[in-house]
Design a protein around this ligand. Structure first.
Ligand code: SAH
Length: 503
């Protein structure tokens, strides 16, 4: 059986700029061959079981030559696999997409192209530069600044100047002086606005504005970070008016979000809306315990009125318990049992089953839940707590101090830690890691062996999470309220402090 190859454009960096079709195809991939220009956020979408092959060209080591890349695509497809070739931007815009297809065509391997958002247009847009504008130009040109093997350029500067259009140079940073001189020699006005746009659509985006006459000097005064494009044309002057990305409250901030896989996205989206670049690292995964005997017995006892309180300490705890309850019986098994939830996220999970918590603690942590529930439940109450196998002790200790309270603590799920490939590389540019529970801190630490955790700046929900992070030497900020909104505000606060320190 022959496999198939999808040549997929990953967009310029921001994971939100990957197309829906690209995401869908990627989610089904068995092998993913990717470049250095593919954003880290997009790499985070590679399915867990998929084989990852790095075909980057930038780092110098561990890279594949073009022929090797072509061969990997062919070999994996011949094994019958679904192969995704992920390329930065659009695969057919200076992406050598055509070359990679030739061998596939020769061998009759089926393929599809999923176009992407090219950096040539998206990076100017993220800098407030419209690549065309009726008042300034009537064409836009994308040019490679790459030299031929004999070091000459394949660029007709006279023709470019004559078009009076916007010029966008890709792969042009090394050639910047030659490109500007070429334009000037062909008669371009030295006062023509020009800009270098670095690492566009990511948290490291930066713009250097000048003119064709001054761009080389202005750029020589600082280190230009690649990837970067050069834009030449009157439209560059609009960047100061239309620049928007840098004005967002979390612009320039890269945040790592670690939560159980099922929950990661809503927090990530809230941070993105504020302008942060977010990497999603589902550090922990929850799986129902293999042996459900104790859970089933508790459900049977519950159905016979054996408990007065049912206590949940996480959204996963709620869904795993109710999935089982509904598999065995139905919601009527709850009878008149009262419900307690540790916080709003857990409360929301209950609402999905049409249930409302009767009790929420004033501070969302295990100790407060235990202390306050003990104070408000009747003496002799029988309490069932279906939760993680590694749940925290303080909740139980507090409850057991109560008068005649019977506490049944049963493990409904185990927590598994996922190991992050290349954690060091990933963390190098991360400003903050967000943790929503002590177990995500433990999951992150277990999943990033070899990483120096004392360099991590951690934004934590609640004291317990923070103390777990501090134990690993992390610098911490605590969100007092255990809501996602409060957590996002804490990230904003920490980011402001970071920016003030830099100034
Ligand atoms: N197929 C890609 C381009 C590949 S050529 C696309 O459509 O975007 C590589 C060049 O793209 C880099 O040298 C740089 O000029 C540009 N580039 C890619 N991503 C970029 C980014 N995020 N910011 C600035 N330039 C980028």
């Amino acid at each position: 059986m022959k496999g198939k190859v999808w040549l997929v454009g990953a967009g310029p960096g921001d994971v939100g700029l990957m197309t829906l079709k690209g995401r869908e195809v990627l989610s089904q991939a068995e092998v993913v061959v990717y470049d250095a220009l593919v954003g880290d956020g997009v790499l985070g979408l590679i399915p867990e079981g998929a084989k990852r092959v790095y075909a980057g060209k930038r780092s110098g080591n561990h890279f594949l030559r073009q022929e090797e890349t072509n061969r990997v695509l062919l070999e994996e497809a011949l094994k019958g696999r679904r192969v995704v070739r992920l390329k930065g931007g659009d695969p057919f815009v200076f992406g050598r997409g055509g070359e990679e297809l030739e061998l596939l065509v020769q061998h009759g391997i089926p393929f599809e192209i999923v176009p992407g958002v090219t950096s040539a247009f998206a990076v100017p847009a993220y800098n407030g530069i419209p690549v065309t504008h009726r008042d300034f130009c009537s064409s836009v040109h994308i040019i490679t600044g790459h030299r031929r093997a004999d070091h000459s350029y394949d660029i007709d500067f006279d023709a470019l100047v004559r078009t009076r259009g916007t010029l966008i140079f890709l792969m042009g940073i090394a050639a910047l002086p030659d490109l500007m001189n070429g334009l000037l020699a062909a008669g371009m006005d030295p006062d023509m606005p020009a800009a270098v746009l670095e690492r566009g659509t990511t948290s490291k985006q930066r713009r250097v504005s000048a003119t064709v006459g001054t761009l080389e000097r202005v750029c020589s005064e600082r280190v230009i970070q690649t990837p970067a494009i050069i834009v030449v044309g009157k439209v560059c002057a609009l960047a100061d008016t239309f620049g928007w990305a840098e004005k967002r409250p979390l612009a320039g901030v890269r945040v790592l979000v670690t939560r159980p896989k099922e929950l990661v996205s809503s927090l990530a989206n809230m941070l993105r809306e504020k302008g942060a670049e977010v990497l999603e690292l589902p550090a922990i995964r929850t799986v129902p315990v293999k042996d459900m005997t104790a859970v089933d017995a508790a459900i049977e006892s519950l159905a016979k009125g054996g408990y007065d309180w049912l206590v949940f300490t996480s959204p996963s705890g709620v869904s795993i318990f109710f999935d089982r309850l509904i598999a065995l019986r139905d919601l009527r098994a709850l009878g008149g049992v009262r419900l307690a939830a540790i916080g709003q996220g857990t409360q929301k999970a209950l609402l999905k089953y049409g249930l409302r918590a009767d009790f929420l603690p004033s501070v969302y942590d295990g100790e407060t839940l235990g202390r306050e529930l003990r104070a408000s439940c009747a003496p002799g109450s029988r309490i069932l707590i279906p939760r993680a196998a590694i749940g925290n002790h303080e909740l139980i200790e507090e409850l057991e101090r109560g008068e005649n309270l019977t506490v049944t603590d049963i493990a409904t799920y185990d927590t598994e830690y996922a190991v992050t490939p290349d954690a060091e590389g990933l963390m190098a540019d991360v400003d903050f890691a967000v943790f929503t529970s002590a177990s995500t801190v433990r999951g992150f630490v277990a999943g990033t062996p070899g990483l120096d955790h004392s360099h991590v700046s951690a934004i934590c929900i609640g004291r317990q999470t923070a103390s777990e992070a501090q134990k690993r030497g992390m610098r911490t900020w605590i969100s007092e309220k255990a809501t996602l909104e409060a957590l996002v505000e804490t990230v904003e606060k920490a980011a402001r402090e970071m920016k003030n320190n830099e100034e």
